[in-house]
Design a protein around this ligand. Structure first.
Ligand SMILES: [Zn+2]
Length: 299
């Protein structure tokens, strides 16, 4: 399989890579770590391939679908919280990711100003950036890394029996091991839920990985949910489609549908790691499925 795609923009500066929004009093900046092309067979592994291909065509999507790599930086209560960290150099075959260190710098965010990291789960495209020396060597000694106790245990010896999308399992295994070794003293495991800062709560969902978690930001009656990998491209329009990266596919579907239902009812801002940058939008009910309504950019 091929995750490499030449970029149209070799200097990576001609495309937007950060977007700042507010949720009440809380500042949320979306930063793009880049994008990875994922072959379409990684999506909808439980549906008929002809149906899957027809759906892709109807959405004008190619056979290799670009997955955005979105990270957020939240500022609340004097804390600066990085939610996920992109791939770093853990996916060497992917030439369009691993930009987080450069893009934090471009956004004026010093790695040493980050007080907390939330890892939605321990896949390499969410923790790899923390292994990048350009970030790691500048992190403060009292950094706190919040991750589900379940994932911290699971990734000591991960089970890939339901994770059908081959080719990345060795990287997932080695990256999570390096992460666990490198950040032992910074890890702050949580079980169900933990408030990292005022209005910033990480909540365990399971599904994509056993310890997968989402982040909720709320202030002054406004709310944003960062759904991590509870859904990936086409996950809103086709919520029953399982993807080949889910460790617990059926549970992942229940989690996805639950989050979408909640987002549609509340009208809150909703984003997920792998939607197209800046991945900010809302979810609307559309018959038996859902429809994504991108948020209007605020200039
Ligand atoms: Zn991911």
């Amino acid at each position: 399989m091929c995750l490499c795609h030449g970029s149209l923009y070799p200097d990576h500066d001609l495309i937007p890579s950060r977007y700042l929004t507010r949720v009440g009093d809380i500042e949320v900046m979306v930063i793009s770590d880049g994008a990875v092309g994922v072959p379409a067979e990684g999506l909808g592994i439980n549906v008929d391939p002809a149906e899957r291909d027809a759906t892709l065509r109807s959405k004008f999507l190619p056979e290799v679908v670009d997955w955005g790599m979105n990270v957020i930086v939240i500022r609340s209560g004097g804390r600066t919280i990085l939610v996920d960290a992109g791939t770093g150099s853990e996916m060497p075959q992917s030439t369009r990711t691993g930009r987080l260190a450069l893009r934090l710098k471009a956004a004026g965010i010093e790695p040493g100003s980050v007080t907390d990291v939330i890892a939605t789960h321990l896949h390499m495209d969410h923790i790899g950036g923390l292994l990048d020396e350009r970030l790691r060597s500048h992190m403060r000694p009292d950094l706190r890394i919040h991750a589900s106790a379940i994932d911290l245990e699971f990734f000591k010896s991960p089970d890939f029996s339901h994770n059908t999308f081959g080719g990345l399992q060795d990287i997932i295994r080695s990256s999570s091991q390096k992460f666990l070794d490198a950040y032992q003293s910074e890890l702050r495991p949580f079980t169900k839920e933990f408030q990292v800062a005022p209005g910033v709560v990480v909540t365990h969902t399971g599904g994509h990985t056993p310890g997968h978690s989402v982040v909720r930001v709320s202030s002054r009656g406004e709310r944003l949910t960062f759904a991590g990998d509870a859904l990936v491209p086409l996950g809103i329009e086709c919520p029953e489609w399982q993807n080949g990266f889910d460790h617990e596919p059926e549970e992942a579907t229940r989690v996805r549908v639950g989050l979408l239902r909640e987002a549609a009812e509340s009208g809150e801002l909703f984003m997920a790691s792998h939607l197209s940058f800046p991945a900010l939008g809302r979810v609307a009910v559309d018959g038996n499925a859902y429809r994504y309504v991108p948020a209007t950019w605020a200039y």
